[in-house]
Design a protein around this ligand. Structure first.
Ligand code: ATP
Ligand code: MG
Length: 461
C-alpha cells in the first residue's frame, strides 16, 4: 500500500485545532505574569513539535482507514491496515469490512436472481423480445436470437422486425393519452409472415407490463410459430379438394353410363354388357378409394399409440406374396423372398404391417417391367431393428418426386396410376403406419433401373 501524502492544508488546520487550547492556556499564563516570555515561547514550541508528530501519525491512520473503506467499495478484498494509533478506527474498519461482505453477498444473490430470470426466459421455446417505452429492444431470449440473429440492445425494434403491422401494434400498446395514462388495452396479437428463408408464419402476442421493469422493459413480444398449423390447414383443404376430385370422376362416369343405358343403349345387349363392366370397375374404384380414406383416418386417429405385439415378418410377407401372386404372374413378374427364420419378430401390429407390405409389393409388381423379379429381403439392423427392402426392376422414380411421394394422392404419372387402378393413397398409408410403429421408410430409386423401398421396424429383443 503506497502511502499517500497528506495535504499540507489539512495538516496545518488539524495542528491549529489541537494547538489552540494549550497555546491559549500558555498565552493566558504569560498574560497574568505566571510565565516569562521565554518560557512561554519554549513551551509553545515544544508543544507544537509534539502535537505536529502526533497529528501527523493520526492523520496518516485516518488516511489509511479512508483508503481501506474505498477499496472495500471497489469490490476488492483489501488487507486490513494497522490502525492502532487512531482510536475507534480499527472498530470502524472491522464494521465496514463486515458491511462489505454482507453487501457482496447480497449482490451475488441479486446477480443469481437475474441469471435465473434470464435462464427461465432463455428456456422458453418461443422467441421473446422486451422493449422499453421508446420501443428500443431491452432483452431477448435464445429463441429470439436464433430467429433474428444477435440483436444489439437499445436498437429500435424496427431494425430487426420490419413488420409495419407489428410496429403499429406496439406503438398503439405504448401510446399514452394527454393525462399520461396508457390509452389502449394492455395486450394484442398480430399475424406476421417472415420472408425467410425459411419462410415462417408467426403470430406475435404483445403485452404491456403494469409498470416498467427494472431494466426498462415495458412491453413483451412473444412470437409463436404457426407455420406447421397453416401448412396443416392448407393440407386439409387440399385433401378435401383431392378426395372430392377423385370421387367426382367415377361418379360422373357412372352417371353418364346410366344415362346411356336408359337412352340410346336401352336395347343394345352388347353395349349394356360392356357398360355394366365399366360401371362395376368404377364402383370398385370408388369403394377402394373410400376404404383407403377410412383406413388413413383410422391409422391417423391412433398414430400416437405404439403397437406392441410380436409380429412374424416371414408370415406377413408370405401371406402378401400369396395374395399378389396372381397379379404378378399376369405381368410375368416373379416375387422372391429372402428371409432368415432365425430373425427375431418385429414389434408391431400384424394387420397394419400386412397393409404396408401389400402396398409396397403391389407397387413393385405394378411398376416393374414385365419378366423381371421383385426381391424382398429382410436383414437385421444393429441389435434391435429389422429392415425389409422391396426392390423392383421398373422405370424408377425421378429424384425430384421422392420427397413428396408419401403425400396423399401424389403420383408421378397420374394417368398411369389411375389406369392401373391406383388411388394414390398407398404410400401415404404406408408412411402413417410406419410412423405409428416408430419405424422409418427409405426410398431409393434410379430412373430406368428400378426402386427400393426399405421399411425399418423395431425388433423384439
Ligand atoms: N415401385 C415403384 N416404382 C415406380 N413408381 C412408384 C413405385 N411405387 C410408387 N410409385 C409412384 O408413387 C406413386 C404413389 O404410390 P402409391 O402407392 O401411393 O399410389 P398408387 O400405387 O398410384 O395407388 P394405390 O397404392 O393407392 O393403389 C405412384 O402413383 C407411382 O407414381
Ligand atoms: Mg400403391
Amino acid at each position: 500500500m503506497a502511502e499517500q501524502a497528506i495535504p499540507l492544508r489539512r495538516t496545518l488546520l488539524a495542528n491549529a485545532v489541537v494547538l489552540t487550547p494549550s497555546w491559549g492556556a500558555l498565552v493566558i499564563l504569560y498574560g497574568v505574569g505566571e510565565l516569562s516570555g521565554r518560557a512561554t515561547l519554549i513551551a509553545m514550541a515544544g508543544i507544537a513539535l509534539l502535537t505536529g508528530l502526533l497529528v501527523q501519525r493520526y492523520l496518516g491512520t485516518l488516511a489509511r482507514f479512508a483508503r481501506f473503506v474505498g477499496e472495500l467499495s471497489d469490490e476488492r478484498e483489501p488487507v486490513m491496515p494497522r490502525l492502532s494509533f487512531a482510536p475507534a478506527t480499527e472498530e470502524l474498519a472491522t464494521a465496514a469490512a463486515t458491511l462489505a461482505v454482507g453487501w457482496r453477498r447480497q449482490r451475488a444473490s441479486i446477480d443469481n436472481l437475474a441469471a435465473s430470470a434470464q435462464a427461465i426466459v432463455d428456456g422458453l421455446p418461443d422467441p421473446l423480445i422486451s422493449v422499453d417505452r421508446q420501443r428500443r429492444i431491452v432483452r431477448t431470449n435464445l429463441a429470439a436470437v436464433s430467429l433474428l440473429g444477435a440483436v444489439g440492445a437499445e436498437r429500435d425494434l424496427s431494425t430487426v422486425l420490419r413488420q409495419p403491422q407489428l410496429l403499429a401494434a406496439i406503438d398503439a400498446l405504448l401510446e399514452t393519452g394527454a393525462d399520461g395514462n396508457f390509452s389502449r388495452a394492455d395486450q394484442s396479437a398480430v399475424e406476421l409472415a417472415l420472408a425467410g428463408p425459411p419462410e415462417l408464419d408467426l403470430i406475435a402476442h404483445l403485452r404491456r407490463l403494469p409498470r416498467a421493469a427494472a431494466d426498462g422493459s415495458l412491453a413483451l413480444i412473444v412470437l409463436h410459430d404457426t407455420t406447421a398449423l397453416r401448412r396443416a390447414e392448407r393440407m386439409r383443404a387440399d385433401f378435401v379438394a383431392n378426395a372430392s376430385h377423385e370421387l367426382k370422376t367415377p361418379i360422373a362416369g357412372l352417371a353418364g353410363f346410366i344415362e346411356t343405358l336408359r337412352g340410346p343403349a336401352r336395347d343394345d345387349a352388347v353395349a349394356r354388357e360392356r357398360f355394366l363392366g365399366i360401371m362395376a370397375e368404377q364402383a370398385d374404384r370408388m369403394r377402394r378409394l373410400v376404404d383407403d380414406l377410412l383406413m388413413l383416418s383410422r391409422i391417423e386417429q391412433h398414430e400416437h399409440a405404439r403397437p406392441d405385439a410380436a409380429v412374424d415378418l416371414g408370415r406377413v410377407l408370405r401371406s402378401v406374396m400369396d395374395l399378389l401372386q396372381l397379379k404378378a404372374s399376369s405381368r410375368n413378374v416373379k416375387i422372391e423372398l429372402g428371409f432368415d427364420p432365425a430373425l427375431p419378430p418385429a414389434v408391431g401390429d400384424f394387420d397394419e404391417l400386412t397393409i404396408v407390405f401389400q402396398n409396397l409389393i403391389d407397387n413393385a409388381v405394378k411398376y416393374a417391367r414385365p419378366a423381371t423379379t421383385v426381391k424382398i429381403a429382410v436383414r437385421p439392423v444393429g441389435s434391435d431393428r429389422l429392415a425389409v427392402a422391396v426392390s423392383d426392376e421398373g422405370d424408377g422414380i425421378p429424384a425430384t418426386h421422392l420427397p413428396r411421394l408419401t403425400e396423399r394422392f401424389y403420383r408421378v404419372d397420374t394417368a398411369r396410376s389411375r389406369q392401373l387402378g391406383g388411388t394414390g393413397l398407398g404410400l401415404a398409408i404406408v408412411k402413417h403406419v410406419v410412423n405409428r410403429h416408430r419405424g422409418r421408410l427409405d426410398i431409393q430409386s434410379s430412373p430406368g433401373k428400378g426402386s427400393t423401398f426399405t421399411v425399418t421396424l423395431p425388433a423384439v429383443r
